[in-house]
Write a protein that binds this ligand. Structure first.
Ligand SMILES: NC(=O)CC[C@H](N)C(=O)O
Length: 501
């Protein structure tokens, strides 16, 4: 296992140090810096706005390097988080060696490391988003006996000046290739860089959303990852968003993760795939299909789906995406392969027919059957998601389902294996709960469910207060109806939040 992880790994530190990232020590980092003549070090951490911040160090001596890597640095927490008061604002940022990567954009060789926040007393900051996730993940493992694994599907639009050489078909961008899509090269450049920075990439492709105006082209893309520990799943998304935006700047195009760019065209989701692991085995499916524990997990996620939008759909334009017929969910239900449901069970290589041998009759000997790829996918979150809080909330919801004695029953009641928008099923459709349709409604749902997130101190009270305040401030109740067909106002709203999170 360990050797397989090192072999052919594109992460520059794993390659050089010949060990998996979670085994990196301070001396490994110093050795890498020394061997590669790295001149600078950046501490990176995620601010309240979801973006990667940076603190630059020049490596002036080995002593200095050792001291930064041993003790971290001091920062002004009140400028990073609104709920930290200016009077007691100093925090420590402590590097997590596992996350080190060579900065792909600096002129001078530079190593970046993600950091965690600590208080003046030397304890993790209870309200730090990455610590909230750590608490949720540890609680899940302790109470269920399983490890929660996850990955996000990162959808984005690339907006560039129009070229008419090979026009593309409106809304038919799915898996389109060059020359009928214009920015495949930027996507592949991003995929490679993300992998070299430690991201566990599954693949990248063009997505459905594809349209143009008189002057500009809008091309939707997607990058998917491999399920990993939840903290790593969030980190790889945040680093990927930064890399994509940096590449946008390099190529002079706009890259946006905004949930909706234009009404009537595909929006950008950030679906979360979930897995349950114990002793290197995935417990989401067995030989015959989805396991009972997976169904219970789904029931838990569905139970809290209406408040999870507070973390996963954080701006008014999020709710322009959650509309019928755009491959986005609107109702609380689950099903197989159907993209209108909230939790989808995608194909998971359950059948043991050995398709490779069928397609390659020349293949001799035994072709290994590789089980364990089944995931279940929450489809409500979008590119505005507050990722650490969202992931923590999803984990708590999954845990709640697994521990709930009635969860199987709940799951069975919410299962749909048809298109829920088909008129034939109107009665069933009307009996389902709806996802919130504004930030304001999401806040109301979170308010009702806040005790659940705050239980055992996972989400501090102040964190939930902060979400409620921000969501309510948008004052966007009934926004969908208010803005109906008002293209000027919608465009203004989209532009206001084009680079949110
Ligand atoms: N293929 C897909 O699942 C597309 C998803 C869609 N873009 C969304 O908004 O969620």
């Amino acid at each position: 296992m360990r050797d397989l992880e090192i072999l052919m790994n594109p992460n520059k530190l794993v390659k050089h140090l010949k060990k998996p990232a979670n085994e990196f020590t301070k001396y490994d980092i110093i050795k890498f810096i020394d061997d590669h003549h790295i001149e600078m070090l950046n501490f990176r951490y995620v601010g309240e706005d979801g973006k990667l911040k940076t603190l630059n160090f020049v490596i002036t001596s080995k002593d200095y390097l050792e001291s930064i890597l041993s003790t971290g640095e001091r920062v002004d927490g009140s400028s990073l988080f609104s709920y930290i008061h200016a009077g007691f604002s100093d925090l420590y940022v402590i590097p997590r060696f596992r996350t080190a990567f060579v900065n792909p954009f600096t002129e001078h060789p530079t190593l970046d490391i993600l950091c965690s926040f600590y208080t003046k007393d030397g304890y993790p900051l209870e309200s730090a988003p990455e610590y909230i996730l750590k608490k949720a993940s540890a609680k899940f493992t302790k109470d269920t006996g399983y490890n929660f694994k996850a990955m996000g599907e990162l959808e984005y639009y690339l907006i560039s000046e129009k070229s008419d050489l090979y026009p593309s078909e409106d809304q038919k961008g799915y898996h389109e290739a060059s020359p009928f899509t214009n920015w495949e090269n930027l996507r592949t450049e991003a995929l490679l860089i993300i992998a070299q920075c430690g991201g566990k990439i599954k693949y990248g492709h063009s997505e459905v959303g594809n349209f143009s105006t008189d002057t500009h082209m809008y091309e939707q893309n997607e990058i998917e990852f491999i399920p990993v520990d939840p903290e790593e799943a969030v980190e790889q998304l945040i680093i990927s968003k930064w890399i994509l935006r940096m590449l946008g700047k390099k190529h002079n195009v706009v890259i946006s993760f905004a949930p909706k760019i234009t009404v009537g065209k595909a929006g950008s989701g950030l679906h979360i795939h979930m897995m349950l692991e114990k002793d290197d085995k995935n417990y989401i499916a067995d030989d015959v299909g989805l396991t009972d524990i997976a169904k219970k997990l789904i029931a838990g996620v569905l139970t809290h789906a209406q408040s999870l939008t507070a973390f996963g759909n954080t701006i008014p334009t999020s709710y322009l995406r959650l509309v019928p017929h755009q491959e986005a969910p609107t109702m609380v239900c689950w099903g197989d392969s159907n993209r209108s449901v909230l939790v989808r069970v995608p194909l998971g290589w359950i059948a043991k027919t050995n398709m490779i041998k069928d397609a390659n009759p020349q293949e001799r000997g035994s072709v290994p059957y590789i089980p364990g790829k089944q995931t279940v996918e929450l489809r409500s979150p979008d590119g505005s998601a507050d990722l650490y809080h969202l992931m923590a909330g999803v984990i708590l919801a999954a845990r709640d389902g697994i521990l709930d004695e009635d969860a199987l029953d709940k799951a069975n009641k919410l299962y749909v294996n048809f298109n829920i928008f088909d008129e034939k099923y109107e009665d069933i459709f009307n009996a389902l709960k709806k996802l919130p349709n504004s930030c304001y409604e999401s806040a109301e749902c979170l308010e009702k469910d806040r005790k659940f997130y705050q239980k055992d101190g996972v989400f501090p009270e102040g964190t939930i207060d902060g979400f409620l305040k921000r969501l309510k401030c948008f004052d966007d109740k009934n926004m969908n109806e208010r803005l109906f067909n008002n293209h000027v106002e919608i465009k203004k709203l989209v532009d206001d939040y084009i680079h949110h999170m």
